[in-house]
Design a protein around this ligand. Structure first.
Ligand SMILES: *Cc1c(COP(=O)(O)O)cnc(C)c1O
Ligand code: SF4
Length: 362
């Protein structure tokens, strides 16, 4: 086969899904592309055209490039990292279904994503050839949800559930709408920022006007991801009445400073996305170069409080390794003082004594 020229490649390609293609886009050197071959066999690569075009190639470390261009550092696995970092397997009664909290289940309906984030906590599972739920798996999952009347919310994740066609999503939501106790359906997706052109009017129409309330959680880690096209994609969802929440992963070198986080969360609020969670990075294999300490995360959260609108402040969350669930790990402003009083820290770091009401000694 004749070698593609730069020009051909750009015309034919909707993005880069191999080290060679990344080299043609000038995102890695030819030599690095060669070295990345092994890694590419282990972890999927996809840099969608929309995001490639947002990269500032002159910058030494572009926050978008860092999220989609693989690096050899991913071959370094530390002792604390695990294939199943948040213990999905221990709570999975059926293929593709995770039931950790009584009132909500997670369904991993689709293993493919528009982009493959280099820090993905499910990187061992996601990919174009990954294990999708078959129609039989979906039928079984629906039976399970029907039988478990305590399930109030169904959370669709993956991979990226919005990669499914509008028609498949519609069929699936029709089925959930028939299960009376399911009141909320939540999609976790990166599509509005990764491939906004795929958030079509057909897709938003499939989510709209349901019996169950549909929420969409948009994963985004940097304000630069909110291009004009991305903002328009979000608007196609809010226009039909879909509430949006934001999901962010705290990432070293990408958003680990207060300025960038403030910028990101404000951009979200402006786009009608309520910042919901700031995730402490999970212990996924080959991601240590992205991890910061919890102390760093807490210090950043402290810098945000008071400085930006409360609407723009998510909860800082750790999914405890091993399958113990998510807990807030944000800073504390309260400590014990003398005589049962409490010491409360204000946003400038000054302490104040708060005398709690004496409980009635009966
Ligand atoms: C993260 C997660 C959820 C959702 O948790 P919320 O705190 O409701 O956002 C539900 N089930 C599983 C298994 C999860 O990992
Ligand atoms: S979009 Fe989500 S599931 Fe897909 S690679 Fe990124 S973090 Fe992982």
């Amino acid at each position: 086969m004749a070698r593609m020229t730069h020009q051909d490649h750009r015309i034919q390609n909707t993005g880069a899904t191999s080290p060679e293609a990344l080299a043609l886009e000038d995102l890695v050197s030819e030599a690095d592309a060669e070295e990345l071959q092994d890694l590419a066999r282990r972890y999927a690569i996809s840099a969608p055209r929309h995001l490639i075009d947002l990269i500032d190639k002159g910058a030494e470390s572009d926050p978008i490039a860092l999220q989609i261009v693989p690096s050899l550092q991913e071959l370094i696995t530390t002792n604390d990292e695990r294939v199943d970092p948040i213990g999905d397997h221990t709570h999975s009664p059926l293929k593709g279904l995770v039931h950790r909290y009584p009132d909500r289940v997670l369904l991993k309906v689709h293993s493919a994503c528009a982009m493959y984030c280099r820090f993905c906590f499910r990187r061992e599972m996601v990919g174009p050839g990954g294990d999708m739920m078959t129609d039989t798996d979906i039928t079984e999952a629906l039976d399970y949800i029907r039988k478990h009347t305590e399930i109030w919310e169904v959370i669709l994740t993956g991979g990226d559930p919005m990669m499914l066609s509008a028609r498949r999503i519609s069929t699936f939501l029709d089925a959930l709408d028939c299960i009376e106790h399911v009141k909320v359906v939540r999609f976790h997706t990166r599509l509005p920022v990764a491939a906004p052109e795929r958030v079509t009017e057909d897709l938003s129409a499939a989510l709209a006007n349901r019996r169950a309330t549909v929420y969409v959680a948009v994963h985004s880690n940097h304000a630069r991801e909110f291009s004009e096209e991305a903002l328009a994609a979000c608007q196609r969802l809010t226009d039909v009445g879909i509430p949006l929440v934001g999901q962010t992963v705290l990432l070293k070198g990408i958003n680990d400073n207060a300025e960038m986080l403030a910028d990101l969360f404000r951009t979200m609020v402006e786009a009608r996305i309520m910042p919901y969670y700031l995730h402490h990075p999970d212990l996924a294999p080959g991601t240590s170069h992205f991890r910061v300490s919890i102390e760093t995360g807490q210090a950043l959260m402290k810098q945000l409080r008071g400085r930006i609108s409360g609407l723009a402040i998510p909860t800082y969350i750790l999914d405890i390794p091993g399958g113990y669930g998510k807990v807030p790990v944000g800073p504390s402003y309260i400590s014990d003082s003398e005589d049962g009083a409490l010491e409360i820290q204000d946003i400038n770091g000054q302490s104040h004594i708060y005398q709690p009401q004496k409980s009635n000694a009966l």
